[in-house]
Design a protein around this ligand. Structure first.
Ligand code: CLF
Ligand code: SF4
Length: 437
């Protein structure tokens, strides 16, 4: 494979701190957290944005807009001259957010000397591979945890696919097929694919050697086996992490079949610097979350105390009539999804829960709520007439906010947009004053 590689990719590979063991001692990478939404639910993920321990006046948890990301790269690049790679690794799935592509386009224009790197759960990768290639991306990480649907069903709670929330083997099979197709497409294009596997001892550990062979057969360049980090509030909170010896044994075994990464630091969605010495705190981001690897699993919080004016916010409004907020979350027959950008409010689609009811027959109430949230998982805020504690906690656990309101659909959306995750009551200082010289 190395022989067929474009010279420019080979050069970038030699300076990529994650793909090359030698490079990680010399070069730095920077993540820009521009991708808050996700299209699946992994059982080890809790995407809450605000860390109450970190909350203090003037500190707002915030993902960056593409423009903010560019300003931050400009600022960091001047101060970290060995910066070589810009990664988009969350806090949700990079490819489930249009902001990822906007950012890549801006990076390609302003920083052609930096290597762009993207991480994803792979669900929409087959549709995005060519677009990523055209935007100059030659390094893609796919987090893939199971070589078959039965194992996948234990790892993934839901997969949002073609407007439906799929669970169990059905969801896992769709995800697996798409991941493998995406790896193959990227590899055919000349993109170097790294596969991240989250090792969960009693769930997928025994399947990892098969999985490594499978992704290798689809063209993966390197594989990274990460230990589970059990996170409170997730289905896997009671699971144990593998011991270092268990993980090493699996990596050693898999090394017979594929190139294995051994120096991963499971860094944050806003990590900056060399892999072993994260300097993100120097650059105003602070916070910590529950990440378990780069990419979509890299969902650590980003606390930023600045803002840069209007950005698009997606709001789901519970409305049976389609006119007013007239329903609670759990019993809504439909949600109107709107985008709000400054004063502009636009209806995008309606999501009905009827199909969902029959899909989820026999599920527990909690599973039904999970499935409902997945249906509107691209939204930042959910507006309802009323809501119980459990649904609220599920929604907030996915990094969204809840607004209880009695108003028309459009007015509720406007009000909800003021609450979007990451938007604080009052910015400390305008972004540009900080990041531009
Ligand atoms: Fe970031 Fe991931 Fe690109 Fe690296 S991280 S998107 S490939 S630039 Fe690296 Fe961090 Fe491990 Fe990821 S140490 S978690 S492997
Ligand atoms: Fe999405 Fe990543 Fe969380 Fe999985 S771990 S649900 S892919 S953000």
């Amino acid at each position: 494979m190395l022989r067929d590689m474009e010279d420019s990719v080979l050069k970038a590979l030699e300076a990529h701190p994650c793909y090359s063991e030698e490079a990680h001692r010399k070069y730095a990478r920077m993540h820009v957290a521009v991708a808050p939404r996700c299209n699946i639910q992994c059982n080890y993920c809790n995407r809450k944005f605000d860390c109450t321990n970190e909350s203090r006046p003037g500190v707002t948890s915030e993902v960056l807009t593409p423009q903010q990301a560019i300003g931050k790269i400009r600022y960091v690049k001047e101060r970290i001259p060995n910066l070589k790679v810009i990664g988009i690794a969350g806090p949700g799935d990079a490819l489930a957010n249009e902001e990822t592509f906007e950012t890549l386009e801006l990076v390609q224009k302003e920083f052609p000397d930096l290597t762009a790197c993207v991480s994803t759960n792979g669900l929409v990768l087959p549709d995005c591979a060519q677009r990523l290639y055209d935007l100059g991306v030659r390094f893609v990480t796919v987090t893939i945890n199971a070589p078959d649907a039965a194992t996948g069903a234990k790892v993934y709670a839901h997969v949002l696919w073609q407007g439906r929330s799929l669970s169990g083997k059905e969801g896992a099979q769709v995800l697996l097929d798409r991941q493998l197709e995406g790896i193959r497409k990227c590899s055919d294009l000349g993109i170097l694919v790294k596969c991240n596997i989250v090792m969960v001892p009693e769930v997928n550990a025994e399947k990892i050697p098969d999985l490594v062979k499978l992704v290798k057969s689809k063209g993966a360049y390197i594989v990274n086996v990460l230990p589970l980090i059990p996170v409170k509030g997730t289905a896997f909170e009671g699971m144990r992490a593998p011991t270092p010896a268990e993980r090493k044994a699996v990596i050693d075994l898999c090394a017979e079949d594929a190139r294995m990464m051994r120096h991963c630091r499971q860094c944050r969605a806003d990590a900056i610097g060399m892999l072993g010495e994260d300097r993100s705190a120097e650059f105003e981001g602070c916070g910590y979350g529950s990440g378990d690897g780069c990419g979509p699993n890299e969902h650590r919080r980003t606390m930023i105390s600045f803002d840069s004016g209007p950005r698009k916010v997606l709001v789901a409004v519970a409305s049976d009539s389609g006119k007013d907020v007239d329903s609670g979350f759990g019993n809504a027959s439909r949600f109107v999804v709107l985008s709000v950008e400054g004063d502009k409010v636009e209806r995008l689609r309606e999501v009905g829960s009827e199909g969902l009811d029959s899909d989820v027959g026999g599920r527990t109430h909690r599973e039904r709520i999970d499935a409902l949230v997945t249906l509107v998982d691209d939204c930042d805020v959910i507006a309802v007439r009323e809501i119980g504690d459990m649904p609220r906690s599920v929604i907030e656990g996915r990094g969204k906010k809840v607004l209880v309101i009695d108003a028309s659909v459009e007015d509720a959306a406007r009000e909800a947009a003021r609450l979007r995750p990451g938007r604080g009551p009052s910015p400390v200082r305008p972004f540009l004053l900080y990041y531009n010289k």
